[in-house]
Design a protein around this ligand. Sequence first.
Ligand SMILES: *[C@@H]1O[C@H](CO)[C@@H](O)[C@H](O)[C@H]1NC(C)=O
Ligand SMILES: *[C@@H]1O[C@H](CO)[C@@H](O)[C@H](O)[C@H]1NC(C)=O
Ligand SMILES: *[C@@H]1O[C@H](CO)[C@@H](O)[C@H](O)[C@H]1NC(C)=O
Length: 347
Amino acid sequence: MAVCVATTPASWFSLLLLAACYSLCSCVHADGKNVKSLFVFGDSYADTGNRDPLDESLNIFWKKPYGSTWPGHPTGRASNGRVFTDFFAAHIGVKTPPAYRVVQDEVKMHPKLRHLRSSIAGGVNFAYAGSGIFPTFGPKIPTISAQIDQFRAILRERSVCISDSSTALLVVAGNDYTIYGLSPKNESLANFTGRVVSGIIDSLKALHKLGFNKLAVTNLEPFGCFPAATAPSNYRICNETSTQESRLHNKLLASRIRGLKPILPKADITILDLDRAFSHALQGYFKHSRYQWKSCCQQKENGQCGAVDAKGNALYSVCPDPNEAFFWDTVHPTDSGWNSVAKILFS
Ligand SMILES: *[C@@H]1O[C@H](CO)[C@@H](O)[C@H](O)[C@H]1NC(C)=O
Ligand SMILES: *[C@@H]1O[C@H](CO)[C@@H](O)[C@H](O)[C@H]1NC(C)=O
Ligand SMILES: *[C@@H]1O[C@H](CO)[C@@H](O)[C@H](O)[C@H]1NC(C)=O
């Protein structure tokens, strides 16, 4: 069953559009089958270029050496190549959906509804690096609920079809916890975790209400295996204390999602277990790599991956073969890191 939403300023015209929905809407192929689509919400693990490349306060992932392995230049992805969205899209058999920023630019250039419909029929990626359930690194970074509002606006103003062949992917990798770690503690971690998980549950409910029956949501990767957490042991072991924090979130998320099933009987919610996949990839495929626990793109003093000084000298160094490393920078996997995570999740 396909739900089509098409509105224009003239209400008689929108009624006409609704009446003729099946022939006009891009959600149904000529053969009567629904068009598969993927709509993505989340953070840097999922963002494929939503940050403004011209905004110096936001464009670090638009700088070299990001994108150096694939496609050979920066694309706004926080990796040397592809990110989780690319692998997830391939897994469900769709193209990586365009970034919302690109869709907005296209609307400005071609304001015709028909053009927009064809460009977003396969979905849109709203994920924005740095995002979280709560506000994180400043007002320019839309929260997950702000991203869902952007989607709601597309539904309301334009023509998008959500059907049983549509999937919503929600990727929340932990920016909220970074902010929590940096802030004065006015509440316990357990309580804060409860609020983050509630935010994820509310987002899933909102997406289901907007028409998605197929929903996929990530849990948290093991925080104690990030390069900064393994460095004190000379890159030998993950910090279990730190990993317990992400696992507390994961346990609560799993239990709250089980609780959703009776309330939302039509919702098919998959948890994408990044905890297991990161752990297995790090201890498996990357076990014998010199870069098992280390970032490939290492910051130099006062620098970061992608940063240069006033003379243009790199404030970072890059390992000889990025495919050997699981982590590209301090928190983001390499293309080959995501590839092995995807193999573990989807095989
Ligand atoms: C703790 O502080 C944050 C940010 O200042 C605020 O959003 C949150 O509601 C506070 N929590 C409690 C329990 O007061
Ligand atoms: C604990 O979390 C709940 C929501 O889950 C919130 O309403 C409450 O303010 C929090 N309390 C404290 C003391 O942090
Ligand atoms: C492990 O992480 C915890 C919490 O993040 C921190 O307090 C502790 O110092 C870390 N241990 C080591 C050996 O780095």
